[in-house]
Design a protein around this ligand. Structure first.
Ligand SMILES: Nc1ncnc2c1ncn2[C@@H]1O[C@H](COP(=O)(O)OP(=O)(O)O)[C@@H](O)[C@H]1O
Ligand SMILES: [Mg+2]
Length: 242
C-alpha cells in the first residue's frame, strides 16, 4: 500500500450539500460532506445504495453543482470556473470508469479508447497509437479491432479503463466498476486499476458497495444517509450491509 501522509491533496470537499426535487418530494442526497483524497492513493467511497455516493462523485467532477460548500480538485476551486472552463478542466484532468462500461457498441476497442484524445484535438494516428499501447498494457492487445459485443464483461471493463487513462488524467473516478462483473473479473479489474491507474501523482476514487473489493483500497470512506460517517483502513473495516 502506498504512503499518503505527505502527498498533495487531489480532491477536497467542505460542507457539500445537494438535494433533488422540491417540497414534500425533496431528497437530501448530500447533507454536508467533508471529503479528501490524496495523490498516490486509491480511496473507496462505500455505503448502502442511495446514500449519496454517485451524487458525491458528480459534484466532485463538476457535472453536478452543489447548493452549499466547496469542491477543490488539484488545488483549483470548481465553483469559481465557468461551465466551459469546467468542461476543459474535466477533459484534461479526469478519467471515468462506469458500472456499465459505456462503450460505443459500433466502434472497435481501439476506436473507443481513442475518443478522449480525439476530443482533446490529437490526430487519429497519434490517438490510435496511444490507444493501442494502452490496450496492450491492460492485457487485451489482441482485441484492438474487436467490437464490445464480442468481449466478455471483464474485457469490456479493461477497454473502459484504457479509455479512462489514455489522456493521462490525474484523477480517475470509478462508479461501481465491478457491479456488472463476477467475483474473479471484479478482482482482476481492481488489480489492474491499482497497477495501471495508480501512480504517485494520480488519485483513484472508487465508489462501490461491493465488499469483495474493499481490500484493494488504501483508505475507505464510509457514507451513510448523505454524510461521511467514518474513515477506515481496509483491514479494519467490515460492511454491515449487503
Ligand atoms: N437526478 C436525481 N433526481 C432525483 N433524485 C436523485 C437524483 N440523483 C440521485 N437522487 C436521489 O439521491 C439519493 C442519493 O442517490 P445516489 O447518489 O445515486 O446514491 P448511491 O450512488 O449511493 O446509490 C437517492 O435517494 C436518490 O434517489
Ligand atoms: Mg450510485
Amino acid at each position: 500500500m502506498s504512503s499518503t501522509t505527505n502527498s498533495f491533496p487531489a480532491v477536497e470537499t467542505r460542507g457539500v450539500v445537494k438535494s433533488f426535487g422540491k417540497g414534500e418530494s425533496m431528497v437530501h442526497a448530500l447533507k454536508g460532506v467533508d471529503f479528501e483524497a490524496r495523490c498516490g492513493e486509491m480511496i473507496m467511497i462505500v455505503g448502502p445504495s442511495g446514500c449519496g455516493k454517485t451524487t458525491l462523485l458528480s459534484v466532485l467532477c463538476g457535472t453536478l453543482k452543489q447548493e452549499a460548500g466547496s469542491v477543490t480538485v488539484f488545488g483549483e476551486s470548481l465553483q469559481s470556473m465557468r461551465s466551459s472552463e469546467l468542461t476543459a478542466f474535466r477533459g484534461r484532468n479526469i478519467g471515468f470508469v462506469f458500472q456499465q462500461f459505456n462503450l460505443i457498441p459500433t466502434w472497435t476497442a481501439l476506436e473507443n479508447v481513442s475518443v478522449p484524445l480525439l476530443l482533446a484535438g490529437a490526430s487519429r494516428r497519434k490517438a490510435e497509437e496511444a490507444a493501442s499501447s494502452l490496450l496492450h498494457k491492460v492485457g487485451i492487445g489482441e482485441k484492438t479491432n474487436t467490437l464490445p459485443s464480442q468481449l466478455s464483461g471483464g474485457q469490456q471493463q479493461r477497454v473502459a479503463i484504457a479509455r479512462a487513462l489514455v489522456h493521462n488524467p490525474r484523477l480517475i473516478i470509478c462508479d461501481e466498476p465491478t457491479a456488472a462483473l463476477d467475483a474473479a473479473s471484479g478482482r482482476n479489474v481492481l488489480q489492474l486499476l491499482r497497477e495501471t491507474a495508480l501512480q504517485p501523482e494520480r488519485c483513484v476514487v472508487v465508489v462501490t458497495h461491493d465488499s469483495r473489493i474493499f481490500s484493494f483500497a488504501d483508505r475507505i470512506a464510509e457514507m451513510e444517509d448523505g454524510r461521511l460517517k467514518a474513515l477506515h483502513r481496509p483491514g479494519e473495516y467490515k460492511a454491515n450491509y449487503v
